[in-house]
Design a protein around this ligand. Sequence first.
Ligand SMILES: Cc1cc2nc3c(=O)[nH]c(=O)nc-3n(C[C@H](O)[C@H](O)[C@H](O)COP(=O)(O)OP(=O)(O)OC[C@H]3O[C@@H](n4cnc5c(N)ncnc54)[C@H](O)[C@@H]3O)c2cc1C
Ligand code: FES
Length: 270
Amino acid sequence: MSTNINFRRIVKLVRVVEENPRVKTFWFKDALCSKAKPGQFIMVWIIGVDEIPLSLSTIGDLCSVTVAKVGDATEAMHRLKPDDLIGVRGPYGNGFKIVKGRVAVVAGGVGLATLLPLVDKLKDYGCWIEVFLGFRSKHDVFQLARVERAVRPNGAVMIATDDGSIGFKGLVSELFETHLKRSKPSYDVVYTCGPPAMIRRVYELCEAWNLKIQASLEAYMKCGIGICGSCCIGPYRVCKDGPVFSAPQLRKMPELGLYKRGPDGVKIPV
Ligand SMILES: Cc1cc2nc3c(=O)[nH]c(=O)nc-3n(C[C@H](O)[C@H](O)[C@H](O)COP(=O)(O)OP(=O)(O)OC[C@H]3O[C@@H](n4cnc5c(N)ncnc54)[C@H](O)[C@@H]3O)c2cc1C
Ligand code: FES
């Protein structure tokens, strides 16, 4: 077996789980992925369609990626069944740094997938965890039981939905802000992943409340290994310098949450 993460491995899907109508989890075995750090991602080749970056949502003897259906590649992936093949290379990126203590985890939509192995690891380290989850509606909630298990016995899971069908009605960043104002918690770190506008707001709140942040960013990626420049935000390549960034780095990304790059590299307002 090669230990070079850049060689593509063809792996068989052993299980496909429908989390909700938009999100599926794909399980496979890969020795290099099983040694990944929470927050690292892999480049997944959907054979004959495209290669896309996806975070590992489970790291272990069996690994998984949890995928929202948003376009051609992810729609093709959603059509795959057990025994179908995908290509994987990686794991890539820096991943999250584990901070032992009192932590907040703020997830928007499928951004939770990136944070799931982190939450598992934080539990192993005995951290005191408060998790804030944002979804469009109760129908979009996934992997809640796993998160609830991880925060026991002292932590908490709070949910926000856009339509108020479960939990707080509004954005998860608003729920987080409300909680900060009401409880004035002193977190050792705030971990976050989700839509760029959400991350921007969580970052602003962390700046205002003097909280350390580790934010996993998304960007359009082609190579995944720092060569093509398609994933640049400010002075950073998300694939190579990230995808997890701290406050001093986020301060150098004024376009965060305001613009994204398309396949041609041109900035598009979001
Ligand atoms: C480090 C990293 C980790 C990721 N982890 C996950 C994950 O765990 N689960 C998951 O569902 N998705 C994840 N993504 C996003 C995923 O890569 C995109 O949704 C996918 O590439 C879209 O491909 P597509 O062909 O289906 O859609 P496209 O046709 O390429 O695009 C459809 C829509 O999605 C947007 N989009 C495309 N690529 C990205 C991107 N990289 N980031 C944000 N929006 C994008 C486009 O602007 C467009 O609005 C991750 C992205 C990065 C960079
Ligand atoms: S995807 Fe090519 S430099 Fe990041």
